[in-house]
Each structure stands twice: as structure tokens, then as C-alpha cells.
Design a protein around this ligand. Structure first.
Ligand SMILES: Cc1cc2nc3c(=O)[nH]c(=O)nc-3n(C[C@H](O)[C@H](O)[C@H](O)COP(=O)(O)OP(=O)(O)OC[C@H]3O[C@@H](n4cnc5c(N)ncnc54)[C@H](O)[C@@H]3O)c2cc1C
Length: 304
């Protein structure tokens, strides 16, 4: 590793925000994953621009992490830089019904902010344990809502280092995808188009959905939420249960008894356990039903 590059990066983000050989199990909700060569927290958008410029110049691979709630990182780790958006987390009111949230703002924090400002439209996302950046990439959604319904525009850093604003249409939001997924764009912030509402009703709806989650999902275990995308015309959890895989495990990774669509870490599962379980589930579901499940979880690194 080039120490000159590391020193330049350290000067930009400060000593405490650059960590070498950082275990990704500390930054993913699966609680698994080996070390990233570099882990950096940027404090401002201009730091992010600078960091990107240096990494591009060096040719070191990198990706941005939000809350790590949809990621499976290999036990071998990631040979490159992981840029965390954690400290880029501002939330502000632009006008009466428009909110600007920076990429690293957690959905839960945005939910509290909009509730406090009596704004409705974001209730569906309050319990999705990711950031606004992750939600833009994935078009996060739940309980009949999705980001597509409330996003006015998204500010991004393009792969060639320019700031650009994409409106809702240009984002091409689809089921757990968007125009910028997997293409090297970095989300900086998003404008949310909400409506004035009744604070009591907003709070009630958020509480109701949180209870539903608690009742239906194995929130007591580490996971990345629904492991597979919903195949058209089916439910992944039902297909998995019908294949006799309820509770099926590989090492400490298991198909949840409570919700078969969730792969959980029962404690100490490796990413390899989780990966092998996912492959086995895919194969057995295909044998049983002829349906091919596609992981929703994004895999990073080498799983061979
Ligand atoms: C218990 C549980 C329940 C869940 N329920 C739901 C649900 O109801 N609905 C739903 O849609 N999802 C759900 N998820 C999955 C997950 O929370 C979402 O996919 C979320 O949007 C991911 O956000 P994140 O910040 O954690 O992204 P990460 O997991 O950190 O990253 C996901 C992808 O986005 C990229 N990314 C993140 N931030 C940026 C950025 N600023 N710029 C560019 N790329 C970026 C990453 O590189 C990666 O490719 C659940 C997960 C868990 C653990």
C-alpha cells in the first residue's frame, strides 16, 4: 500500500477518520466480513471530492457505505477503500414541505425530523435501517411506499468527479434499483417532497409500522433484511418455506423461523456461512418450484 496516498488521505479526513485494516463486521448489519484495506469517514462534501480525486488518481478501488444494512462483505475483506457517509448526515427544511437530507442521514433520523415538522409521506421508511444514500441506490420501500414516491431530486457525484442533480424521472427508480445503482455514482443528498399532515396521525402510523416489523421480522438477530428480491408473482419467504427450508442453517447462518425471507446470523456466522446458505436456498427453491431467486443483498469481495 502506498504510504504517500495514505498520508494525503489522512490529511484530508483527519487521523481519527482513517483506519487501516478495519473489519467490515463492525459496519454491516450482518455483523460479518473481513478487513477493508482503508476505511474513511468524510466530514464534508468537499472532503469526499478530494478523497475521490486521490483514489481515482491512484487507481485504488473504493465504494461508499451507508449503514451497511444491505451488504455482505467477504471474510477475505475488501482490497481497497471503503468511504463511510456516516458523518455527512445533515437534515434541513428547504421550504414548508421540502426536506433536504444528506446521504449519511439515517432513515430513522429523517423520520423523526419530518414527524417533528408535521410532514407526512415518509412514514413507510421510518423502520428501514439504512441511510438516504443507500435508499436512493436501492429505491428502498416498505408497506406500499417507496422512495420513488417522495423524491424530488438527488444530488450526486458522477464517476468523472462532477456534481450533478438528477430529478425523479432521471433516477429511473425501479424495484430495489435505480439508474445510479452499480455505476460508480456517489449520492450526496436528496430532496424529499412531503406534505403537511397531522403530527399525531404521523406518529401513530410510524408506531403501527414499527410494531408490524417487530411482530413479523427477526429483529433480535443480525441480518440484512429480506435476503432475496420478490420474484414476480411470488413471495420469496413462501417459496423458501415451501422448499422445507424454515430454520435451515449453514454454520451459524440460518433461514429465520419467524420470516423465511430473512437469512439471519445466529451469532458468529461468517460471510462464507451466509453466502453458502444463500446459494443452497437458491438451488433448493429452484428444484422445488422452478423459480430462480435473486439476492437483494449486495455482495462485495471474493466468495470463492
Ligand atoms: C432488519 C432489516 C430490515 C430491512 N427492511 C427493509 C425494507 O423494509 N425495505 C427495504 O427496501 N430495505 C430493507 N432493508 C435493507 C436495507 O436497509 C436497505 O436496502 C437500505 O436502503 C440500505 O441502506 P444502507 O445505507 O444500509 O446501504 P448500504 O448497505 O451501506 O449500501 C447498499 C448499497 O448502496 C450503496 N451506497 C450506500 N450509500 C451510498 C452513497 N451515499 N452513494 C453511493 N452509493 C451508496 C453501497 O455502495 C451499496 O452498493 C432492511 C434491512 C434490515 C437489516
Amino acid at each position: 500500500m502506498n504510504t504517500e496516498i495514505i498520508n494525503s488521505l489522512r490529511q484530508i479526513v483527519s487521523e481519527e477518520n482513517l483506519i487501516t485494516d478495519e473489519l467490515m463486521s463492525r459496519h454491516t448489519t450482518f455483523r460479518s466480513g473481513g478487513p477493508a484495506t482503508l476505511f474513511l469517514r468524510v466530514r464534508t462534501v468537499s472532503e469526499l471530492f478530494e478523497v475521490k480525486r486521490i483514489l481515482d488518481g491512484d487507481g485504488m478501488p473504493y465504494f461508499v457505505i451507508g449503514n451497511g444494512s444491505n451488504l455482505l462483505v467477504s471474510d477475505k475483506g475488501y482490497d481497497g477503500a471503503v468511504i463511510s457517509s456516516e458523518l455527512l448526515n445533515g437534515i434541513s427544511l428547504v421550504d414548508e414541505s421540502t426536506v433536504c437530507a444528506e446521504a449519511g442521514a439515517l432513515n430513522s433520523a429523517v423520520a423523526s425530523f419530518v414527524r417533528d415538522n408535521s410532514l407526512t409521506g415518509f412514514e413507510f421508511a421510518a423502520g428501514i435501517p439504512g441511510t438516504i444514500g443507500g435508499a436512493m441506490i436501492m429505491n428502498a420501500g416498505a408497506y406500499g411506499g417507496e422512495m420513488k414516491m417522495i423524491i424530488k431530486e438527488v444530488k450526486v457525484l458522477t464517476p468523472d468527479g462532477k456534481e450533478m442533480t438528477l430529478d425523479n424521472e432521471a433516477m429511473e427508480f425501479g424495484y430495489r434499483t435505480s439508474a445510479i445503482k452499480g455505476k460508480g455514482f456517489i449520492v450526496l443528498s436528496a430532496l424529499l417532497n412531503l406534505e403537511k399532515g397531522d403530527q399525531g396521525a404521523i406518529t401513530d402510523r410510524m408506531t403501527e409500522l414499527a410494531l408490524k416489523r417487530k411482530e413479523k421480522q427477526p429483529l433480535e438477530y443480525a441480518s440484512a433484511g429480506s435476503t432475496f428480491k420478490r420474484p414476480e408473482g411470488y413471495f420469496a419467504g413462501k417459496l423458501i418455506e415451501d422448499a422445507g427450508l424454515k430454520g435451515f442453517s449453514v454454520g451459524q447462518a440460518a433461514v429465520s423461523d419467524k420470516h423465511c425471507g430473512f437469512v439471519i446470523n445466529k451469532g458468529g456466522a461468517t460471510s462464507s456461512d451466509i453466502y453458502r446458505l444463500i446459494q443452497e436456498v437458491k438451488e433448493r427453491v429452484y428444484e422445488n418450484s422452478g423459480v430462480t431467486l435473486e439476492p437483494e443483498v449486495i455482495m462485495i469481495g471474493d466468495f470463492t
